[in-house]
Design a protein around this ligand. Structure first.
Ligand SMILES: O=P(O)(O)OC[C@@H](O)[C@@H](O)c1c[nH]c2ccccc12
Length: 371
């Protein structure tokens, strides 16, 4: 059985050894020492080497400017309730912001799901899944057809920053309305806790005959999730540079290629953009105008990150840039198009409309449907 704290990341699985039940911490002068409690009540120290592996992963992330910690540094977070658990709040088990909270939750959630569906069963499901469709080709075809940014329309019920966006939420109906309105691709939120999404929604849309390729909108922290998304019918996945170190992005992009998923790598500042531009083979970059740590939205972020040398490099590498979040009006669409994006990712402003099909026409200021 694995302990919460020792579970490996996508890159290096730390052997779970014979540790049982729960982990507690002793502090010494320099850094906390991890102890694991056995079922008979005795305690074992975890060899310093193992502790260090995890620590050095955080250190590598920090050198790349990543502020989000993959796991609580002083043990399970407050929301983790095991047998006889109680926990005192301290800096090391309290997330610093909403993105960190989501990541910590996701880490626990994925560990539980992985336990129920280990990779070898998932790989079989991947083989049975409906074949992947070309996400990038769909974006390019739409751009050529409309001469406006291709729309990735988001099926989103709620968000932590905006609450519930739509009460009468029928994901398949919304997806069909988007397709009718001229969306090139769809984005389907699958996180349940913060966005009220689900993989059932994604699967239902995929099985309802909607032909737009589908982006699985998740917080990916473990390569297992890539296989899961593909097994459920996703054609693309989101990789968030604010939470994934370079090596994870490279590794996950390779797995995506292997199983036919298109990775959309999301950045929200210059540092993240520069990191991603150094990674070979990334064809799709999303610029999020919403800071996931503070929820601030500023669409000039898209323009800022495409100026000067960065814009040149993007052109040279033939990367498609997606402008994400906070786009509501034809003027917003024109602004990000002028900045250089060939696609946009839009949720709130269209999902809120009574008829999402006309919501799309209003967003673009004209009918962009193929009909
Ligand atoms: O609803 P908006 O403001 O149009 O934004 C859509 C999309 O960009 C946003 O949902 C998003 C962008 N990146 C994310 C990462 C996780 C969850 C959600 C997101």
């Amino acid at each position: 059985m694995e302990t919460f704290f020792l579970r490996g990341s996508s890159l290096s699985s730390i052997p779970s050894s014979s540790l049982n039940h729960r982990s507690t911490f002793r502090s010494n002068n320099r850094r906390p020492c991890l102890r694991a409690q056995q079922s008979d009540g005795s305690a074992t120290d975890i060899p310093p080497g193992e502790f260090k592996v995890r620590n050095s992963q955080e250190e590598i992330a920090a050198t790349q400017g990543i502020r989000i910690r993959r796991r609580p540094p002083t043990g399970p977070p407050l929301h983790y309730v095991g047998p006889f658990e109680f926990r005192l709040q301290n800096e090391g088990n309290t997330p610093r912001n909403i993105l960190e909270e989501i990541v910590w939750n996701k880490d626990t959630e994925v560990a539980q799901m992985r336990g129920k569906k280990p990779l070898y069963t998932l790989k079989k499901a991947v083989d049975m899944a409906p074949p992947p469709r070309d996400f990038i080709a769909a974006l390019k075809a739409s751009y050529l057809r409309t001469e406006m940014p291709a729309l990735i329309a988001e099926v989103k019920k709620a968000s932590p920053s905006r609450g519930v966006l739509r009460e009468d939420f029928d994901p398949v109906e919304i997806a069909k309305a988007y397709e009718k309105g001229g969306a090139a691709c769809l984005s389907v939120l699958t996180d349940a806790k913060y966005f009220q999404g689900s993989f059932e929604n994604l699967e239902a849309i995929r099985n309802a005959g909607v032909t737009c390729p589908i982006l699985c909108k998740e917080f990916i922290v473990d390569a297992w999730q890539l296989y899961y998304a593909r097994a459920k019918g996703a054609d693309a996945v989101l990789l968030i540079a604010a939470i994934l170190p370079d090596l994870d992005i490279k590794y996950m992009a390779k797995i995506c290629k292997l199983i036919g998923l298109t990775p959309l790598v999301e950045v929200h500042d210059e540092n993240e953009m520069d990191r991603v531009l150094e990674i070979d083979g990334i064809q799709l970059i999303g610029i999020n105008n919403r800071n996931l740590e503070t929820f601030e939205v500023d669409i000039s972020n898209t323009k800022k990150l495409l100026e000067g040398e960065r814009g040149e490099k993007i052109k040279q590498k033939d990367i498609i840039v997606v402008g994400e979040s906070g786009l509501c009006t034809p003027a917003d669409v024109a602004y990000v198009q002028e900045a250089g994006v060939k696609a946009i990712l839009v949720g709130e402003s269209i999902v809120k409309q009574k008829d999402p099909t006309t919501g799309i026409a209003e967003l673009f200021g004209k009918d962009i449907s193929a009909a």
